[in-house]
Write a protein that binds this ligand. Structure first.
Ligand code: BG6
Length: 479
């Protein structure tokens, strides 16, 4: 029974984000985004967010893998693998370089016209995220990012400009990448990339997060509403980093903690799918006296702008314990994580849990009753190029195979309605978290190192041929 195939129209493909691969950070009038002020970090060394672009610092996103000039060659390789779709994002700063202009930048719009045409030439359906960690830096400096209600309008203008321009080329959209990342409200990188907040010690980061997240959710709902007016066939989804949360033991306090951590972390999609805040979040905001600016009009917008599907990334599960913090005192789920002794870890300490993906698919289906789309999943690893130029990456194949086996069970045994699967970083790109090139996810190798050396030549890894076969057999052959 598990040999059964995936549905015929299943969207096999791969995923990237503009800022991690396009490079050409100033081409065609592009403005500076938050990704352009992040330096290169390393494994366990965070990236620095600088006050503007400082000469002499290493900003890896400035050049990426120069997809801006290589996209024809790269899309051709995606077509060779048999991609049915390609998930990327639109760099907000190519369309509105500063973010608050009233007129869009034609050169930026034209670039995505050309890119989408190139995909469609091979019958590859573009799947587009509007904001993937790429807010114009000017909106951060001048307005404080999504701490400011005005930024809602700037985002909606950007979204509607894209919807109008690409209404006949793009059907599948997502508003904000991993909007729920900001539940980790003490993490500088996630707060800046998600909502353009620059944290400082004097502020209540948690209260600031609830406010910014609310404005972002309103912006997302307004975009959905406007998008549907522009093309009623659009499918517009949320995009969350779904992390199933397990209790460390069967102790009732641990079980309650797992539920609490889920409530603190996974409520963003509740608002986007249901159109209202879950009772536990309303009660939590009230109990903590956060007093965010949430108007009655906002609540109507949230109701009217619910999403059509759930796009989600899946990398790992999370285990929590009530040993250090009592469930009622939990604010940041990060504080109660413990290591899972039953799973392996990647070289970057990301826990590898394929069964957790089947669990997630079922959990999301039970909670929302909406179609799902796995828009990110994958293993960041160091690859070695052999003398003959070949790249053997059995670890990546093993990772993806194990996950796809669980996905196939969810689809064929559990009845999950899954639209597609786009593994992350289908071509090597700059890591979001560390800024490294050496943390590679791709089926396609790109010759560039962490210092920026290399001729950017593309070559096929073993996993390239493996994934090509998976797609060709509609997922029946995962060997
Ligand atoms: C997801 C992001 O969280 O994880 C991607 O949407 C990111 O942008 C991916 O690249 C993998 O994370 P990292 O830090 O290994 O690049």
């Amino acid at each position: 029974m598990t040999e059964a195939k995936f549905p015929k129209n299943f969207l096999w493909g791969g995923a990237v984000a503009a800022h991690q691969l396009e490079g050409a950070w100033q081409a065609g009038g592009k403005g500076v985004s938050v990704a352009d002020v992040m330096t290169a970090g390393a494994n366990k060394i965070p990236r620095e967010i600088t006050a503007g672009v400082i000469p002499g610092k290493n900003y890896p996103n400035h050049d990426g893998i120069d997809f801006y000039h290589h996209y024809k060659e790269d899309v051709k390789l995606f077509a060779e693998m048999g991609f049915k779709c390609f998930r990327t994002s639109i760099a907000w700063t190519r369309i509105f370089p500063q973010g608050d202009e009233s007129e869009a930048n034609e050169a930026g719009l034209q670039f995505y016209d050309d890119l989408f045409d190139e995909c469609l030439k091979y019958n590859i359906e573009p799947v587009v995220t509007l904001a993937h960690f790429e807010m114009p830096y000017h909106l951060v400096e001048e307005y404080g990012g999504f701490a400011n209600r005005k930024v809602i309008d700037f985002f909606v203008r950007f979204a509607t400009t894209c919807f109008k321009r690409y209404k006949n080329k793009v059907k599948y959209w997502m508003t904000f990448n991993e909007i729920d990342n900001q539940s980790r409200f003490n993490n500088d990188f996630l707060m800046c990339t998600n909502s353009g907040l620059l944290l400082n010690n004097d502020s209540n980061n948690e209260a600031a997060m609830y406010q910014a997240a609310h404005y972002e959710l309103v912006a997302s709902a307004l975009a959905v509403k406007e998008g549907k007016k522009i093309n009623s066939d659009f499918m517009i989804g949320t995009m969350i980093n779904f992390t199933p949360i397990y209790p460390a033991t069967s102790k009732p306090a641990d079980v309650l903690m797992a539920q609490r951590a889920d409530q603190r972390r996974n409520w963003f999609s509740d608002v986007q799918c249901w159109g209202y805040y879950p009772a536990n979040v309303e009660a939590y905001i009230e109990r903590n006296d956060f007093r965010p600016d949430i108007t009655e009009e906002d609540r109507i917008v949230l109701k009217e702008g619910t999403v059509d599907y759930i796009g989600f990334s899946y990398y790992q599960s999370m285990v929590v314990s009530a040993d250090k913090v009592a469930p009622d005192d939990l604010s940041d789920p990060e504080d109660v994580i413990v290591s899972n002794p039953y799973v392996e870890k990647s070289d970057w300490d990301w826990e590898i849990d394929p069964v957790g993906l089947r669990y997630s698919l079922n959990a999301l289906t039970d909670r929302y009753h909406l179609p799902l789309f796995i828009v990110e999943n994958g293993l960041g690893a160091v690859d070695k190029v052999e003398n003959d130029g070949s790249i053997h990456d059995p670890y990546r194949i093993a990772y993806l195979r194990a996950h796809l086996e669980e996905v196939r069970k969810a689809v064929t045994l559990d009845g999950v309605d899954l639209m597609g699967y786009t593994p992350w970083g289908c071509i090597d790109l700059v890591s979001a978290g560390t800024g490294q090139m050496s943390k590679r996810y791709g089926f396609i190798y790109v010759n560039k190192d962490d210092e920026g050396n290399g001729d950017l030549a593309r070559s096929r890894k073993d996993s390239f041929y493996w994934y090509q076969k998976v797609i060709k057999t509609d997922g029946a052959d995962l060997n």
